[in-house]
Design a protein around this ligand. Structure first.
Ligand SMILES: NC(=O)c1ccc[n+]([C@@H]2O[C@H](COP(=O)([O-])OP(=O)(O)OC[C@H]3O[C@@H](n4cnc5c(N)ncnc54)[C@H](OP(=O)(O)O)[C@@H]3O)[C@@H](O)[C@H]2O)c1
Length: 281
């Protein structure tokens, strides 16, 4: 297996290009999944307050023999805490039992609340305090990013957005890149690969490179310059998803992958999503 790739963020910090996501995994599942992931070589974990599994992430880290500074931890601020980011971060730190977080993200812009610029100002202070190393956002459209920049002059290091072969978000990705914001893909496998893994174009690339469809899709993210955080609690898939550093997709195959884009959103639209209830179960 080749060496994993590392991305330099606009603030100079380094982030692994491939991590593991833990949405919809219980604390118990997360402890096992992260144990497997760290043993395979993952060094980046994506959680959020709303996932209710930060406790499990922290436990897995403590039980591993890997030094804290070698693992990149991301968590996110939920929609009901936009006014209260500092306290919410401290609560996340307490659940994770960590002294700092590598990346803190505003989970959704919730434009109806219109508080995200104020939240971003708190994030800038949190970065200055050292409690978080890098700050970023999720699900921000160009107009939301422009507003952050025009009012604070500071761009997010990361914009984590829904991005997979069925919705490739080329315009937003390109805008992010122009403004030194790294695009991070959520639901990178289109949530289990429905309509992607069995697509004839992906199947043919899997045969060509002697890899699985999931590995082709993950490689497509990496070769397109995105960070990807595929989620799995299945040990064989956790290993499979990381076994992607011994090949690259040729340019013509990246062009082939572009043909899968049908603009199919699997999650909510950030322009209208305003769920603020924290207790989703
Ligand atoms: N910022 C946001 O608003 C936001 C929104 C959604 C997600 N996220 C983050 O992005 C991460 C990934 O997104 P996601 O969980 O929605 O979807 P995903 O990673 O695209 O897909 C996860 C699903 O694919 C399955 N899977 C994983 N590897 C596979 C493989 N090699 N072959 C076949 N099936 C495979 C998993 O099953 P098993 O687990 O059963 O193996 C799970 O059902 C999340 O965990 C979360 O950290 C962020």
């Amino acid at each position: 297996m080749g060496q994993q790739t590392i991305i330099k963020l606009v603030d100079g910090n380094l982030m692994p290009q491939l991590g593991i996501g833990v949405w919809q995994a219980s604390n118990e599942q997360v402890v096992k999944a992260i144990d497997t992931a760290l043993n395979v070589g993952y060094r980046s974990i994506d959680t959020a307050a709303i996932y209710h599994n930060e406790t499990g992430v922290g436990k897995a880290l403590r039980e591993s023999c890997i030094p804290r500074e070698e693992v990149f931890i991301t968590t996110k601020l939920w929609n009901d805490r936009h006014q209260d980011a500092k306290t919410a971060l401290q609560e996340s730190l307490d659940r994770l039992q960590l002294e700092y977080i590598d990346l803190f993200l505003i989970h959704w812009p919730v434009p109806q609340q219109d508080k995200y610029v104020e939240t971003w100002k708190q994030f800038i202070e949190l970065k200055e305090s050292g409690l978080v190393r890098s700050i970023g956002v999720c699900n921000f459209h160009i107009e939301h990013l422009q507003k952050l920049f025009s009012e604070t002059g500071i761009v997010p290091a990361i914009n984590q957005i829904e991005l997979h072969p069925l919705m490739q978000q080329r315009q937003l990705h390109s805008w992010n890149a122009t403004h030194h914001i790294i695009t991070e893909s959520w639901s990178p496998l289109s949530r289990g690969g429905k309509g992607v893994f069995d697509h004839p174009l992906v199947e043919s690339l899997a045969i060509k490179y002697d890899k699985t469809p999931a590995q082709i899709v993950i490689r497509w993210h990496l070769d397109s310059g995105m960070i990807a955080i595929p989620k799995s609690v299945t040990p064989s898939r956790i290993k499979e998803n990381f076994d992607v550093f011994d090949f690259r997709l040729e340019k013509e195959d990246l062009t082939i992958m572009a043909g899968l884009d049908i603009g199919k959103r699997l999650g909510p639209n950030p322009d209208t999503y305003n769920l603020t209830v924290l207790n989703l179960g």
